[in-house]
Ligand binder design. Structure first.
Ligand SMILES: C[S@@+](CC[C@H](N)C(=O)[O-])C[C@H]1O[C@@H](n2cnc3c(N)ncnc32)[C@H](O)[C@@H]1O
Length: 338
């Protein structure tokens, strides 16, 4: 459906809707702390230490495992994650607060303390999500992502997004480098139907207008995107992509699988193509976020690392690092195959 004129956000605006913040401001400050000058060949793991492991898992996982009498398979962990994460994006925080107050009163009237505690926990999670996503814009972080993605030597790029979920970053890339095409890959069908399928049509992506050489705003409907429901390990593309990107994928692979996950970023790249990777930052704020939200979102193996650790993994696995640094909640790397 075409985005109506009334719901089109012009340039130079920021504000909130019920579900997200929009930000079409074209001027700095963009939140990118640049560590590109790091001498990667001098870094060692004994200097950096290893990533921090987030190990407070959702009680849903334990319930599932008790019911099924087996460990929750990784693919099922992602099915749970995607549904819970999507429900946060879809929740109206004002409505949720009113509902929670009513529920709390009901539980207190019936002296149901356990129920009341659960309502308070849910409300706290709603408030944290609202602050992180809608106030701070730290999940989609368009300003940080634009700053990380700028200056790539590509025209009408062919983009492969590994573990694409809602596909946000491919859309941001297509806005900055228009006329390209993206393949989003995720093995959870729900990402195709709901996370990407129901991505807000009116969300404005600030990008480049090749006709005028200046900024313009794009929407989901403007992009040429295919969604492929597949395990990334089953892909059989040739070396046909200008950009291969993942966002929040590498930290889910323990060290023995790191060479494999980096190889997926290299395998389908054209000569001179870019592999872009981001992972959540190892910082107090992120640790607290996962303490508060782990029950909702943490179903499997998850590391928090810093940009140097991510860079050293990439360097050791055969990538030259063109850009490295911090955006709001993630580390970001732009690399090329060495
Ligand atoms: C943490 S999410 C990425 C973060 C994302 N930006 C978001 O908004 O959720 C990782 C995604 O990768 C997908 N994924 C993980 N392993 C995969 C695999 N082997 N093949 C395909 N998709 C995979 C999951 O289903 C999930 O949607």
């Amino acid at each position: 459906m075409e985005v109506s004129t009334a719901s089109r956000i012009p340039l130079e605006q920021t504000g909130t809707t019920q579900h997200y913040r929009y930000d079409t401001r074209t001027t700095p400050p963009d939140v990118f702390e640049d560590l590109s000058a790091t001498e990667w060949n001098r870094l060692t793991w004994s200097d950096l230490g290893r990533p921090y492991l987030v190990d407070n898992y959702s009680s849903e996982r334990e319930k599932w495992e008790n019911r099924h009498g087996e460990d929750m398979p990784v693919e099922v962990q992602w099915e749970h994650f995607n549904r819970r994460f999507h429900s946060l994006f879809m929740e109206d925080p004002d409505e949720a607060t009113v509902r929670a107050r009513q529920d709390l009163m009901e539980h207190l009237k019936e002296a149901d303390l356990h129920g009341a505690v659960e309502v308070v926990r849910d409300l706290m999670q709603t408030k944290i999500w609202n602050y992180v996503h809608r106030v701070q814009d730290a999940v989609w972080d368009p300003r940080g992502k634009r700053a990380l993605f700028e200056g790539l030597d590509v025209e009408k790029p062919n983009i492969l997004f590994l573990g694409a979920a809602d596909g946000y970053e491919a859309m941001q890339l297509l806005a900055m480098y228009p006329g390209g095409h993206a393949v989003l890959v995720d093995y959870d069908e729900f990402c195709k139907t709901d996370r990407f399928g129901n991505f807000p049509e009116a969300y404005p992506f600030l990008g480049h207008n090749p006709a005028t050489g200046s900024h313009t705003v794009y929407h989901r409907e403007d992009f040429d995107i295919d969604f492929v429901v597949s395990d990334i390990r089953d892909l059989d593309y040739g070396k046909e992509f200008d950009i291969v990107i993942s966002v929040g994928l590498i930290e889910h692979f323990p060290d023995e699988y790191k060479p494999l996950v980096f190889d997926f970023h290299r395998r389908f790249l054209k000569p001179g193509g870019y592999a872009i990777m981001t992972t959540p930052r190892r910082q107090l704020r992120s640790k607290l976020f996962y303490v508060a939200m782990g029950n909702l979102m943490n179903y499997g193996y998850r590391e928090l690392m810093d940009a140097r650790q991510l860079g050293l993994y990439a360097y050791e696995n055969g990538f030259d690092i063109k850009r490295a640094g911090y955006i709001k909640a993630h580390n970001g790397l732009v690399t090329q195959k060495r």
